[in-house]
Design a protein around this ligand. Structure first.
Ligand SMILES: C[S@@+](CC[C@H](N)C(=O)[O-])C[C@H]1O[C@@H](n2cnc3c(N)ncnc32)[C@H](O)[C@@H]1O
Length: 270
C-alpha cells in the first residue's frame, strides 16, 4: 500500500458517495447492517465509515442502542457522512485512525467496518484495536472485497488504466481495495490479534448502472486511483475514463449495464 491509497479528499468524497456508493457499496451496507443489528448491541463503534452508507443503514435498525460512535481517518469523508444522516439518530461522529482508537478498553458490544481494513497499513494492529475496545462477548463484523476478477467493472477499469500507462501501470485497485481476499491470511491475522472465533461467508451481488460511463467515472474519479492517474499526466484521467467506458460498453452494451461484485463478510469474536 502507498500513502496516497488512503487519501479520500478533494472531490473524491462527493463523487464517491454519488457514483460509487449506489454502484457497489449500498447492497453490502444493507447486509452488514442486518448482521450487526441481529446482535442487538447496546453500543456500536463503526470504523472507516467513509461517506456513511453503513451508518444510514444501521442507525434506524439499532434505535434502542445507547451509543453509536462513527469514525473515519479522513475528516472530509466523515463531514459528508454526518451531513447525509437523519438528525433524529443520536450518532457521535469522531475522526479516528482505526489503528489508534481514542476509546477505553471494553467499550463496545460491536465494532463494524465496511471495506476499510484493506486500507489499514498494519492489519494485525487494526484488528488488535478492534479487539481491545470490544466488551467480553462482543463481535467484530467487517467485509473485504474478493479478488478483482470477481468484481467485473473494477477489473475492466484496472485493465484500462494499465493499458494507458503500460510502463508504469496504476495498481491501486488490485493492490488495495481488491488486494486482501486470501481468507487464510485474514483468519491468521485475526488470530494474531487474539480473536479466537472467526466465521466467513462469501456474498455475491449484482452491480447496476444506467450507462457504461457511470462505473468508469465512479472508479476512476471517486477513489484514490484518481491520485495515481493524475500523477502520471495531465489528461490521463480523461483517457483512462474513456478507455474504461469503451471496455465496459464492449462487454455489457451501451445502455444499462450490470456486473458481478463479490465480497467476504467476516464475524470475529474474542
Ligand atoms: C473504501 S472506503 C469505505 C468507506 C465506507 N465504509 C463505505 O462502505 O463506503 C475506505 C475508507 O477507509 C478510510 N480509512 C483509510 N485508512 C483508515 C484508517 N487507518 N483508519 C480509519 N479509516 C481509514 C478512508 O478514509 C475511507 O473512508
Amino acid at each position: 500500500m502507498t500513502e496516497s491509497d488512503s487519501v479520500f479528499s478533494g472531490s473524491i468524497p462527493e463523487i464517491y458517495d454519488t457514483y460509487l456508493v449506489p454502484l457497489i457499496f449500498e447492497s453490502f451496507a444493507e447486509d452488514l447492517a442486518e448482521r450487526v443489528a441481529a446482535l442487538s448491541p447496546k453500543s456500536v463503534l463503526e470504523t472507516a465509515a467513509g461517506s456513511g452508507v453503513v451508518t444510514r443503514a444501521l442507525a434506524p435498525r439499532i434505535r434502542s442502542a445507547e451509543r453509536y460512535v462513527v469514525t473515519d481517518l479522513n475528516p472530509e469523508m466523515l463531514n459528508h457522512a454526518s451531513g447525509e444522516q437523519d438528525p433524529q439518530h443520536r450518532i457521535a461522529w469522531r475522526q479516528a485512525d482505526a489503528l489508534e482508537l481514542p476509546f477505553d478498553d471494553d467499550s463496545f458490544d460491536a465494532v463494524c467496518c465496511q471495506f476499510g481494513v484493506m486500507f489499514f497499513p498494519d492489519r494485525v494492529a487494526g484488528y488488535a484495536e478492534a479487539r481491545r475496545v470490544l466488551k467480553p462477548g462482543g463481535r467484530f463484523v467487517f467485509n473485504v472485497w474478493d479478488r478483482i476478477e470477481a468484481n467485473e467493472f473494477a477489473k475492466l477499469v484496472h485493465d484500462a488504466a494499465a493499458e494507458t500507462f503500460p510502463d508504469d501501470p496504476p495498481q491501486f485497485l488490485a493492490r488495495t481495495p481488491y488486494g486482501y481476499h486470501d481468507l487464510a491470511i485474514v483468519e491468521q491475522e485475526l488470530r494474531e490479534a487474539n480473536f479466537t472465533q472467526v466465521s466467513v461467508v462469501t456474498v455475491q451481488e449484482t452491480s447496476r448502472a444506467p450507462s457504461p460511463r457511470h462505473p468508469a467515472v465512479a472508479l476512476c474519479h471517486g477513489t484514490p486511483l484518481r491520485n495515481e492517474i493524475e500523477l502520471r499526466g495531465e489528461n490521463g484521467l480523461d483517457v483512462v475514463t474513456d478507455r474504461a467506458t469503451e471496455a465496459i460498453a464492449r462487454r455489457y452494451g451501451a445502455g444499462h449495464v450490470a456486473g458481478r461484485i463479490q465480497a467476504h463478510v467476516i464475524v470475529a469474536a474474542p
